[in-house]
Design a protein around this ligand. Structure first.
Ligand SMILES: [Mg+2]
Length: 264
């Protein structure tokens, strides 16, 4: 990966004339990771920046996150952008209205797992279950370090059989486990679908994707877009499929500001 600002002069020239499709993850990309998911705050400044970018012709914003769309809309409150929530299992906005169909059986399994976790975690502090209707997040950021192996063992135990039967899929993120439907769908597939639709809508334009993300679930999107546009990992790692990196969320805001300046 290369530091994005080291290549900025070249990139600036690409960004000047294309139809930009800017994908931004939410937690850890637009907002610093918070101690609890409810505490994540998107600054007024960043919101205003997204609003201005969304009003530029030939520029479209997509917010893509593991969160529910309901949550994203509520936090960002912008109309003419595309929201992709639940890791791409839901898409809404600008010609899109999509929610992955999941079976009754899956929903039942999700409920069983949730209830069993509530039960098993009753005497461990710091676990937060985020019920996102078609997926379930188990956050353990606030759990005492000494209890983490136990927490992981409990989760593994609760999902083992269902995972084996392919009733569910389990993904790890930053201090979170995600229980998802057992379908071939992820942020990469969602990005691909949104990109294709935009390319169809704007055939005469050169639709150019840019993707900002910070977590393991963003890797599928980095892979899909690697040779199609600009992929940017946010944070510290050497193991990402993105082509570029930025150090933190502040630098993401800086890049968005630069794009606004170029396109104003
Ligand atoms: Mg993230």
């Amino acid at each position: 990966m290369e530091y994005l600002f080291r290549k900025w002069d070249d990139i600036k020239n690409i960004l000047r004339y294309k139809y930009l499709l800017i994908f931004c993850d939410f937690d850890g990309t637009l907002t610093p990771i918070a101690k609890t998911p409810e505490k994540a705050v998107i600054s007024k400044n960043t919101k205003e920046l997204l609003r201005k970018l969304s009003q530029i012709s030939d520029c479209k914003i997509v917010i893509i996150s593991g969160r529910e769309i309901k949550y994203l809309k509520n936090k960002i409150q912008l109309k003419n952008i595309i929201y992709s929530g639940n890791h791409g299992l839901e898409i809404d906005g600008y010609g899109f209205k999509f929610k992955a169909l999941v079976s009754k059986k899956y929903k039942n399994v999700l409920k069983i797992i949730k209830n069993s976790l509530i039960n098993k975690f009753s005497d461990i502090n710091g676990i937060l279950l985020e019920d996102k209707d078609i997926s379930l997040s188990i956050h353990y950021r606030l759990v005492n370090k000494n209890n983490i192996p136990l927490v992981k063992a409990i989760i593994n135990d609760a999902v083992l059989l269902y995972k084996k039967n392919m009733d569910i899929k389990v993904k790890n993120g930053k201090k979170v486990f995600e229980i998802m439907p057992p379908i071939e769908w992820n942020k990469g597939k969602s990005v691909s679908q949104i990109l294709k639709k935009q390319q169809n809508l704007f055939k005469n334009k050169n639709v150019y994707p840019i993707y900002f993300g910070d977590d393991t679930t963003d890797e599928d999107a980095f892979e899909i877009l690697r040779n199609k546009g600009i992929t940017i990992f946010v944070g510290k790692t050497k193991l990402s499929k993105a082509k570029y990196y930025l150090k933190d969320t502040k630098e993401v805001v800086k890049v968005l500001k630069c794009i606004l300046e170029i396109r104003k």
